[in-house]
Design a protein around this ligand. Structure first.
Ligand code: NDP
Length: 231
């Protein structure tokens, strides 16, 4: 049985990753900030005994360390850094820059991927697949910027790309891989109702890339359909 740990599992794409891996018989460590309030995830747990729910705010080093110790005996084949925030969706473009919100965006979208991944390196080393996925966004591509705005989100994802690309080089000698994936524009709370993809379609595409992963692909930045995104 393969094991996967997913952050931000209570809704949106994180919940869909859980659904699809549960249906394929994986062992799932589903993490979220408030397990007691994660009703859909609790329901999934009732249907799938191989899914356990763990409290994890990805900005909280103590919680990350505690979970890494709690799962010390479990290899982790796949770590999906999915949790993310996009505050500008909820503010007007002409509003003053909220530097605290920007800083928090960096904390969640950029720093946490490295923070969580580093805490689980031993678990990854003891697994078969040894893959870290970071859910990025095409909005983190500097080459694809064609409009102004969304500065916190764009910069946080561009920095995520830079960080995890570098991390992929650090981990390659240990045969641990890193993939940066853009899920497409997906109908979640973040993506909104006009998104072009359902969570199911997006995660099916990304799972295909995970299944096909080899170390030669480590450090690449790909759309859910496998096409390359320019940095
Ligand atoms: P949602 O807004 O639906 O879900 C975001 C998830 O992140 C929630 O589970 C939320 O938990 C969690 N989260 C936020 N802050 C923290 C934190 N500090 N600790 C732990 N979990 C946290 O978004 P999506 O499902 O759409 O997004 C998932 C990923 O995909 C994100 O990284 C996003 O940037 C990326 N993405 C999404 C796109 C889209 O079109 N939907 C497009 C491109 C990228 P809580 O409920 O507790 O707030």
């Amino acid at each position: 049985m393969s094991n996967v740990l997913i952050t931000g599992s209570n809704r949106g794409l994180g919940l869909e990753w859980c659904r699809q891996y549960a249906a394929t018989g994986w062992r799932i460590f589903a993490t979220c900030r408030f397990p007691a309030q994660a009703e859909e995830l609790q329901q999934l747990k009732i249907e799938h005994s191989a899914l356990t729910i763990h409290r994890l705010d990805v900005t909280d080093s103590d919680q990350i360390g505690a979970l890494a110790r709690e799962l010390a005996d479990h290899p982790i084949d796949l770590l999906i850094n999915n949790a993310g925030v996009y505050f500008e969706k909820y503010i007007q473009p002409e509003q003053a820059i909220d530097y605290e919100a920007w800083s928090h965006t960096f904390c969640v979208n950029t720093m946490s991927a490295l923070r969580v991944s580093r805490a689980f390196l031993d678990h990854l080393r003891h697994s078969q697949k040894r893959l870290i996925v970071a859910i990025s966004s095409h909005m983190g591509s500097i080459a694809e910027i064609e409009s102004s705005g969304s500065y916190y989100y764009r910069s946080s994802k561009a920095a995520l790309n830079a960080t995890m690309k570098g991390f992929s080089l650090e981990l390659r000698p240990q045969q641990i891989g890193v993939l940066l994936l853009h899920p497409g524009w997906v109908r979640t709370r973040m993506g909104g109702p006009d998104g072009l993809l359902s969570p199911r379609e997006s995660v099916e595409g990304m799972r295909t890339l995970v299944d096909a992963f080899t170390l030669a692909n480590s450090g690449r930045f790909l759309r859910y359909d496998g096409s390359e995104i320019p940095w």
